[in-house]
Design a protein around this ligand. Structure first.
Ligand code: SAM
Length: 218
């Protein structure tokens, strides 16, 4: 009987250890319990570049509609980059067309004491970007939801992300970092058209993972 308990104990300990080792965290920036999965490495690289570049103006399209609850599914970028903005006296603008997404994102922004550093705006992203007046140090494109099944939605999502980029292109500079979400998906993901366009216009890919990270190629 004792042997059974020892074997069971060893299995449980091994299981917990494997789970902990596989956890893709952004610790110490975000508490260890949050797992960022397929976005962890690209988020970590962006945070490193923001430091190097002393970034001040960050802009995200598509806000964290689940606050910090869905770090693995949606990414929770508003909170990840909002916390960075607070520590580094920067400002994050996060635009979303859905009032519920805005409301839920704002709830977590307040909960994390980030209201001074994060501005969640209710608007269509392309309209908002066209009127944005500051130069941007970090641009994160993650709005119009993509579908792996519906080709019409794929096309609309890809065109929307391309239109976002074109709307803000003249506010980007030599050190601007651009991150595009949901790229490694059937049909090319959100980034298919915008990445093609950027590669033809003096940008290069720095990381090509689930998310694609681009910088100016000079
Ligand atoms: C995947 S979520 C964004 C996740 C968020 N970036 C994060 O890291 O947690 C996509 C969001 O894009 C928003 N969206 C869809 N179409 C949009 C548009 N035309 N303009 C602005 N936001 C849009 C949706 O309302 C939704 O909240």
């Amino acid at each position: 009987m004792d042997k059974i308990f020892i074997v069971l104990g060893a299995i449980v300990v091994t299981y917990v250890l494997v789970k902990l080792l596989k956890r893709k965290t952004l610790h110490p920036h975000i508490p260890f319990k949050y797992n960022f999965g397929k976005r962890r490495d690209t988020f970590a690289k962006v945070l490193e570049l923001l430091h190097e570049n002393n970034a001040k103006v960050l802009l995200e399209t598509g806000t964290s509609r689940n606050g910090l609850k869905n770090t693995k599914g949606d990414g929770a970028a508003t909170i990840v980059f909002g916390l960075w903005a607070k520590k580094n006296s920067a400002k994050l603008y996060s635009v979303d067309i859905d009032p519920i997404s805005v409301q839920e994102s704002e709830k977590e922004v307040k909960n994390q004491n980030l209201s001074e550093y994060v501005n969640v705006v209710l608007s269509d992203s392309v309209t908002y970007l066209k009127d944005f007046e500051q130069n941007i140090d970090f641009l994160y494109l993650d709005s119009y939801d993509y579908s792996e099944k519906d080709e019409d939605i794929q096309k609309k999502s890809q065109e929307h992300h391309l239109n976002e980029f074109k709307a803000i292109e003249n506010k980007l500079h030599d050190k601007t970092v651009v991150l595009i979400d949901d790229c490694k998906l059937k049909g090319g993901g959100k980034g298919r058209l915008v990445i093609d366009y950027m590669l033809k216009n003096n940008w290069k890919i720095l990381m090509d993972k689930y998310q694609v990270l681009l910088v100016k190629s000079n």
